[in-house]
Design a protein around this ligand. Sequence first.
Ligand code: AHG
Ligand code: MN
Ligand code: MN
Length: 364
Amino acid sequence: MPFSQGRTLTRYLIEERRRFPEASGDLNALLLDVSIACKTIARIVSFGQLSDTFGPAAKPDMGGSLNVQGEVQKPLDVLTNEIFIQVSEWNGHLAGMASEEMEAPRQIGPNFKRGKYLLVFDPLDGSSNIDVNVSVGSIFSILRAPQDVIDSGRDVTAADFLQAGTRQVAAGYAIYGPATMLVLTVGNGVVGFTLNHNVGEFVLTHANIRVPEDTQEFAINSSNSRFWEPPVKRSVDECLAGQAGVRGKDFNMRWIASMVAEAHRILMRGGVFLYPRDMRDPARPGRLRLLYEANPIAFLMEQAGGGASTGRQAMLGVEPTSLHQRIGLIFGSRKEVERIERYHQDTAPVAAESPLFGSRGLFR
Ligand code: AHG
Ligand code: MN
Ligand code: MN
């Protein structure tokens, strides 16, 4: 078993910071605390049913209840949320926090110093999978607090968090799979670290993650197909038609129902993921949440050369309107995301797919 520490997360962050001599190190310190939350959660999750924090129903003594989305909070949702808070509220780098499991932003209490960053997170993504021992993860996004918050040290409001994804300073996820990994961007590409249990450190194993531009793999929950909008239906139908259809190639399909695991697969080998806006309920535009699911994953995808979109616009350009806003999310291999965006602009067949305009067609 490996005992060498290799290039640890700490070393990576320090070496990255040297590129910015004026940087204070606050962001690094914050990211290292987030990584401690992830290591703690990895350990808890690894005990499976041996841990008394597992279970289908929310236990009242764990503070379990319905969260702001109206979803049942499992004890682990509550516990992992607490872990994120406890490891990062003390360090003086945060102005406030927001999470899937908290209706309102969390203030930094009077015993701690307030800082310049906002931490937004989904402490346990895919938690419906926890009972069946499928990979789950934690997702985080770091924003800069508005200047008046930094200057005054006032309490944060939900409005302070309503920043477009382009303004993220860093984002990433931890995946608790056969190996625990931390995948991160600080705006200079995407890197992946694997938890070396022998030394208790995240070690750089994936130095420059790139998403292949093309793919033959797609991921969508097709039990929702009757609610899909026409451009989504068209995209999926064309994949299903395989070699005989307009795509001229066979596709494979995956659905794990754990977005972190799907994002990780796509970062490793390409693919496209869709949890699109659909026509089931106009009041619920999509399933996944913009600030702590869609935006951090979109930042990672773009930094890895992939794409992320609502179908109608680039995800990172969306101006959020509420803290727990849901949104249609399409991400992955760049050309596939662009194709689906084109289908949203024009549901009629585009010229490029017509045999007359194809690569061997009359007009080439
Ligand atoms: P969470 O566990 O944080 O509520 O998120 C679960 C999400 C996401 O991970 C996954 O892609 C999606 O829910 C699965 O939804 P379906 O059950 O509709 O397939
Ligand atoms: Mn989630
Ligand atoms: Mn969650």
